[in-house]
Design a protein around this ligand. Structure first.
Ligand code: SF4
Ligand code: SF4
Length: 450
């Protein structure tokens, strides 16, 4: 049994302590979003190549039926989130701000919306490769927000082996509570998902790391760990960005992932707790990724909630379900306040990676006026991967991007801890994002030119 004394709990070095603001929704049970008339399913809602449609406009589709296949190994399949008719495959507004090719489904108002081909998958008699294939076919991506295809993460390269599987339940982003509620409400699905992942990976042991601002979830999971499952529940101090794979691995195992390397390079695989629970549901019901729990929160939404939302539901419909926005909303973020993206329209769909939507009013908007750097080094103390944000920021401001490479800018996780810590309001992480994108483009051009 563990104790919850914070001094005894594990964590990583550096990082920041933003207020968590999770009280708005942490005690709200997950509610199911009522069905709406139209669903918009973008072909790009994961990292990697877009999915390729296998249906046409005018075709009838069933809830859970494959509508687009993966467009390569690093890609993901897509399934109908409702029974209805495909009305169009056309560009639609996307959370990224771009227009993205999407499959549009009009819901069949008379359908009972039963799951297409619902049945239990006999996982105990399936080989690891069969389990992995089922996950690939189910369109799984990281539901924590990164949306990296899960089957790629669980595919172990030749010559590598996995000792430990870490379930990422840190949920360190302020305001978000979807993982917290999944832990409280779906422990059986989580533990089934862990069993299946351990079997695929051939790993010895699982660890589930969650911060102690989720004490009730930690206690509930601790009481429910199946006797035959080698899984340890690990309470962590509350600190940002503990949900980053490098930081979580350091916190849980005290193992460092070297610069430019991945968890697998130190025999570890990390996966988000919501994804693991959804894997459990895949094997319990043959349910692919067609819905997800999303936290709808912030001072600018009238009824903050955790909502189980079919993928492709328009944000405007979700806002209506949550009582509407207050009149003084000034910013809407897809994701949390540290790593989320500001969106300009509510005419965009909830995608597989939408862990939360946060609504801010005038009162929460802080001044964006930038002051000169005062060399306080708070950004250096905050950076969990030991970069020098003040120096990198100066280079970025001068457009000296090549020199940023020498200071390991590509190790930057864009966590925003440096910007949060900076008393001069210097938009460090924003500059690093631009610098990294330009450097990536330059590297791609150089590769193309030989
Ligand atoms: S430099 Fe990058 S990794 Fe370091 S704190 Fe800033 S955003 Fe995070
Ligand atoms: S925190 Fe801001 S002001 Fe302080 S050294 Fe870093 S960039 Fe300069």
């Amino acid at each position: 049994m563990f104790t919850f004394l914070s001094s005894a709990n594990k964590t990583f070095d550096r990082g920041v302590h933003p207020g968590d603001f999770k009280e708005l929704t942490r005690t709200h049970m997950v509610e199911r979003m009522p069905l709406v008339d139209e669903y918009i399913l973008p072909l790009s809602q994961h990292l990697g190549g877009p999915s390729k449609p296998v249906v046409k406009a005018g075709e009838k589709v069933y809830r859970g039926q494959l509508i687009a296949q993966a467009g390569g190994f690093v890609s993901a399949a897509l399934h109908a989130s409702v029974t209805g008719t495909v009305t169009a495959i056309e560009p639609r507004p996307h959370p990224s701000g771009r227009m993205v090719e999407s499959i549009v489904i009009k819901r069949d108002l008379h359908s009972a919306q039963r799951l297409f081909d619902e049945h239990v998958l006999d996982w105990e008699n399936m080989q690891p490769a069969e389990l992995l294939s089922a996950i690939q076919k189910g369109g799984f991506v990281g539901l924590g927000g990164a949306a990296f295809p899960t089957h790629v993460k669980l595919s172990i390269p030749e010559g590598k082996r996995v000792e430990f599987f870490i379930v990422n339940a840190a949920e360190c982003e302020p305001y978000l509570t979807s993982d917290h509620r999944v832990m409280l409400e779906q422990p059986e699905a989580i533990f089934l998902g862990i069993k299946i992942c351990l079997k695929i990976l051939g790993a010895e042991r699982a660890y589930l790391g969650a911060e102690i601002n989720k004490l009730d979830a930690l206690a509930r999971l601790q009481n429910k760990v199946p006797a035959d499952l080698p899984c340890e529940i690990v309470p962590l101090q509350t600190k940002y960005p503990q949900g980053a794979e490098k930081m979580l691995t350091e916190a849980v195992l005290k193992r460092e992932i070297p610069s430019g390397k991945l968890p697998i390079d130190i025999s570890v695989v990390v996966n988000n707790v919501g994804t693991v629970a959804a894997i459990g549901d895949l094997f319990r019901y043959n349910q692919p990724v067609i819905e997800r729990v999303t936290t709808i929160t912030g001072p600018g939404i009238r009824k903050p909630r955790n909502v189980l939302i079919p993928i492709g539901t328009k944000l405007s419909e979700v806002i209506e379900f949550c009582g509407g926005m207050s009149d003084d909303v000034r910013q809407i973020l897809f994701g949390g306040p540290m790593m989320g993206n500001a969106i300009r329209t509510t005419d965009i769909p909830i995608t597989k990676g939408t862990s939360g939507v946060v609504f801010f009013t005038e009162d929460e908007m802080i001044s964006t006026r930038e002051y000169p750097c005062i060399r306080c080094m708070r950004c250096v103390d905050a950076c969990p991967v030991y970069l020098n944000p003040t120096q990198l920021g100066a280079l970025a401001r001068a457009g000296r991007y090549d020199e940023m490479m020498d200071l390991n800018i590509m190790d930057c996780m864009e966590c925003g801890s440096c910007s949060y810590a900076c008393p001069s309001n210097i938009p460090l992480v924003q500059r690093f994002r631009i610098g990294k994108a330009l450097l990536r483009e330059k590297m791609a051009r150089e590769r193309a030119n030989g």
